[in-house]
Structures are given as structure tokens and as C-alpha cells.
Design a protein around this ligand. Structure first.
Ligand code: HPA
Ligand code: ZN
Length: 347
């Protein structure tokens, strides 16, 4: 039997990705091809430099430019398929709940039904070809107004699809505190959708996302999961409330070459030590140049986790997924079986 290294073991661990944005996961060549086909000029000389940017706000700008360049149902099918194929090849992603931002795409003129049905076309093809399953989380761009967010949720409900299982909230946290979106979240909750939100993100210190945002997301938006959460560590009382609520946090590596990496990993370690249910994800793997395999190798090594620690982290994502009891049991058992096979081959 061929043996594998610990690094290879981490790359091949089956993964459930709960924090991954469609646009951030489109390989640059695919994004470039879509924009070119639509006659949209992107601010780069080619796919090699499309994802070159500096700080967070430059990233968000590029993200929105790529989103706007997507125009047709076929574009969305191609993008979803390419994003899932990349996760399959680079990190054995077996299940994904993928964010997409409808209002960023509306800027290019596409209507919600074309957008969502295109994504579903790509998802179904990827499931056939790679066995990966994917559900969708339409996400509010918090730089938009509360009214725009409400209209977005209305679109989601008007063209309801089984694979659309919850809503999210992302982009620049200082521009849109969670309380702005109470009405949008209430509509989603009343319709039986799950709710998560990016909170306490660390890109601009506590000005990025203050700890209070986590509590607002729980108490006002009734979130059943939260994304990021690092700045929560600055407020022990808020941290204790989240721990007592046992709300799962999806944490991410901020890309391979960033100066923020050591601090981010320190925060993730502290969140685990504080007893928060934490799972690890790739966020924007193509745009940040760190695929799900890289993320596991980087974080697990930096956190000093052993084989059992890595497996626990991997299964924590299954626990936090928006699956029903039967689906969760099945996914957990499939993961356990695959992990046992990998473990036997560890050198
Ligand atoms: N934070 C905020 N907005 C985003 C992110 C993120 O990590 N990724 C894509 N949009
Ligand atoms: Zn994110």
C-alpha cells in the first residue's frame, strides 16, 4: 500500500466547506474567459494578474468587478462548476455551502432566476462528475442599504430553490453593522432559511468588526452560525456568551502570503482554546491563492495539531453544516470511512 505524508493526509482529508464565496473561488482563467466572452474589460493584463491586489478594500473591489462581469446563466454554471472542480482537485472538498452575492451580480444586469439556475446547472454537473455536493447561501453585501438587502431576500423567496438553504452577510463590516439588516434577516427566518453573518473580522483591527457585532448577529439576526469571529477575543463577556450559546464559527486563513497570517492563526488557536466550536475553511481560495488543501496544511501545522486534532477539525465542519440529522449522519459516516482509509496509509 502506498504511504502518504502528514501533509498529503491533510490535503486528502475529505472536507465540508461552509465558508467559501463563489466569486473568490473562481479560477482566474475561468473568470477571465467569462469577462472576455461578455466584452467586459477587467483591470488586469491577463488572468495571471487578475487576482493581484493589496489590502482588504482592494480585494473587495476586484471581487465586485469580477461579479459584475458575469452576465448569463451559462456564466454562472461555468463559474460554479470550475469553483467546485478546483475544490475537489485541490483539497478533496466533498460538500460545500457556497456564498454568492446576488446584488453584486445585478450590477451586470443579470436577473436572479438566471443567476441561481445557472449556479444549480453547474452544481449538478459537478456532482455528476466529481461526486461533490453543494448548497447555496445568498449573501447580503453589507455595503448596500437595508432596503436593497430586503429586496434581495424577497428575490430569494420568490424564486425559492431547495438547494438555497440560508442567507449570509459579507463585505466591509464597518460599512454595514448587522443591525442594519434586521428586517432582511426576519424575512429569511420567517421563510425557514438558516442565517449566518460575517462578524468580528480582523482586517482593520477592532475597527474591522467590533465584538458587539457577534452578539447583535445572535440576538437580533438570530444567526445559527457565525463567520470569522476573531475580534470577539477582545471582549471576554461577549466571548463567554457565544461559547455558552455553542454557536459554530467558520474561521479562515487570510491567504498564503499575507502579513496577517501569524495574528490570524493566533486568534484561531485562542478561539479553539476558549471552547468555541470552530471549523476551518478557505473563504476565497482562488483570489487569495490558498486552496482548501493549503489552508489545512498551513493552519494545522501552525496550530500544532496532530492527526486526531486535524480529524476533529474536519468533522467539526460536518457538525456545523446545515444538514438534517439523516444527512449529517450519512456525511459523517462517509467521512469517517474515508479518513480511516487515509489513516492506514499514513507514513
Ligand atoms: N469578508 C468579507 N467579505 C467577503 C469575504 C470575507 O472574508 N470574502 C468575500 N467577501
Ligand atoms: Zn468570507
Amino acid at each position: 500500500m502506498e504511504t502518504i505524508s502528514f501533509e498529503e493526509f491533510l490535503r486528502r482529508l475529505p472536507k465540508a466547506e461552509l465558508h467559501c464565496h463563489l466569486v473568490g473561488a473562481i479560477p482566474a482563467e475561468t473568470a477571465w474567459e467569462i469577462a472576455t466572452r461578455n466584452g467586459v474589460e477587467l483591470p488586469a493584463s491577463g488572468p495571471e494578474s487578475l487576482y493581484d491586489f493589496g489590502q482588504f478594500y482592494e480585494f473587495i473591489e476586484r471581487y465586485m468587478q469580477v461579479a459584475e462581469a458575469m452576465r448569463t446563466r451559462e456564466d454562472f454554471a461555468q463559474a460554479a462548476y470550475a469553483a467546485l472542480r478546483a475544490g475537489h482537485l485541490a483539497g478533496n472538498v466533498r460538500y460545500r455551502e457556497m456564498f454568492f452575492n446576488p446584488t453584486d451580480h445585478y450590477r451586470g444586469g443579470v436577473a436572479y432566476p438566471d443567476l441561481v439556475d445557472g449556479l444549480l446547472d453547474g452544481i449538478r454537473q459537478a456532482e455528476q462528475d466529481f461526486g461533490v455536493r453543494c448548497r447555496l447561501i445568498p449573501s447580503i453585501n453589507r455595503m448596500e442599504s437595508p432596503a436593497v438587502a430586503v429586496d434581495m431576500v424577497r428575490d430569494v423567496l420568490r424564486w425559492r430553490r431547495d438547494e438555497v438553504i440560508g442567507i449570509g452577510l459579507d463585505a466591509a463590516e464597518p460599512s454595514g453593522p448587522p443591525e442594519n439588516f434586521a428586517e432582511a434577516y426576519r424575512l429569511a427566518e420567517d421563510a425557514g432559511l438558516h442565517r449566518t453573518a460575517h462578524v468580528c473580522e480582523d482586517y482593520a483591527g477592532l475597527d474591522g468588526g467590533p465584538p458587539a457585532n457577534a452578539l447583535t448577529a445572535l440576538d437580533l439576526l438570530h444567526c445559527d452560525r457565525l463567520d470569522h469571529g476573531y475580534n470577539l477575543l477582545a471582549d471576554p463577556a461577549a466571548l463567554a456568551r457565544c461559547r455558552d450559546a455553542a454557536v459554530p464559527f467558520t474561521v479562515c486563513e487570510p491567504g498564503s502570503n499575507e502579513a496577517r497570517l501569524p495574528k490570524r492563526r493566533e486568534s484561531i488557536r485562542a478561539m479553539i482554546d476558549a471552547g468555541l466550536p470552530v471549523s476551518l475553511h478557505s473563504d476565497d481560495p482562488a483570489m487569495h491563492g490558498a486552496d482548501p488543501g493549503d489552508v489545512y496544511v498551513g493552519a494545522v501545522t501552525a496550530l500544532g495539531l496532530d492527526v486526531d486534532g486535524a480529524i476533529d477539525l474536519c468533522l467539526a465542519a460536518v457538525d456545523a453544516a446545515w444538514l438534517d440529522d439523516t444527512e449529517r449522519r450519512e456525511l459523517r459516516s462517509a467521512f469517517r470511512q474515508e479518513i480511516a482509509g487515509l489513516r492506514d496509509r499514513l507514513a
